[in-house]
Design a protein around this ligand. Structure first.
Ligand code: SF4
Length: 282
């Protein structure tokens, strides 16, 4: 029996410009040199990382970087802390800096606040590469939190400055801001959420209404993937999170259903097309 599913990919889904820039840079060097070191997963999508590894991309961590000498190393869109640049200088490493301009601007703003002796709070995920890079601008003195309850035990001055990791949920950021004001702090709040993520909310809400089921494609480590999945699911409860086409087997489809496919800013279009082809063959 054929399911005759009608499958449409959201035309606005796929890589944001920060990720396109990093991958273009990597592919250019890979085609010239045949290999390239990259500090951390170039993008939070295992399928895309595997594709680039086959072209010669070598993913390394910070410990490996300390041992490396006289090589080229790509810095991905998330950016890096100043310490990485110092290590590269000492080890004669040529950095191919694909830090996203949006992240670099945020790093600069945080650095300026730090130089002005402001008490900095970063609303972001502990241990996330971008957050480590942001905290590095403050000599690791900024307070990072992902839940307002974490601040209950922290002794903060009356005047505080709030920033956000670029891929956090706008709603959650404003809820945090309101709560800090309610707690009586004199707050300088900076909404530094990337518009490549937040502008997708409204488009996705409109898109997902047109389908019986939504297949949201994203790597499990992607922060914006989690946020955008929640946006889709709250509008269309029949939204399913998958990382690759194998995971489609866990979803029960009905004949003639209309299926929408969308994804995170780190989801490659080729993967969504592969999932579309798989569904159309049902
Ligand atoms: S989501 Fe925004 S900040 Fe992050 S890489 Fe993409 S464009 Fe840059």
């Amino acid at each position: 029996m054929s399911y005759n599913l009608k499958v449409v990919i959201d035309k606005d889904s796929g890589f944001c410009f920060g990720v396109v820039y990093a991958i273009d840079m990597a592919e250019e060097i890979l085609s010239e040199d045949g290999y390239l070191y990259c500090l951390g997963d170039i993008v939070h999508n295992d399928e895309e990382v595997d594709r680039l590894k086959k072209l010669g991309l070598r993913i390394i961590d910070h410990e490996y970087l300390k041992q490396l000498r006289n090589e080229k190393v790509l810095i991905r869109a998330h950016g890096e802390a100043p310490e990485t640049y110092r290590t590269a200088l000492e080890n004669n490493i040529t950095l191919i800096d694909a830090s996203c301009p949006v992240v670099l601007k945020l790093q600069n703003r945080i650095k300026n606040s730090y130089d002005d002796n402001e008490k900095i709070l970063i609303f972001g995920k502990h241990g996330h590469a971008e957050v480590i890079g942001l905290q590095g601008q403050t000599n690791n003195e900024a307070t990072v939190f992902q839940d307002i309850a974490e601040l209950d035990e922290v002794d903060l001055p009356r005047q505080i400055t709030l920033y956000s990791q670029t891929t956090k949920s706008t709603d959650k950021f404003y809820a945090v801001k309101d709560e800090l004001i309610r707690r009586g702090y004199e707050l300088k709040a900076n909404d530094t959420i990337c518009r490549q993520v937040s502008n997708r909310y409204a488009d996705l809400e409109t898109f997902v209404q047109n389908f019986d089921k939504i297949i949201f494609v994203s790597g499990k480590k992607s922060s914006n993937g989690k946020v955008l999945f929640e946006v889709c699911k709250s509008t269309n409860p029949q939204t399913f999170f998958v990382s690759d086409q194998e995971e489609l087997s866990q979803i029960a489809f009905n004949p003639n259903e209309r299926i929408g496919i969308c994804g995170a800013t780190s989801t490659p279009m080729w993967l969504m097309q592969k999932i579309k082809a798989t569904l159309e063959a049902y």
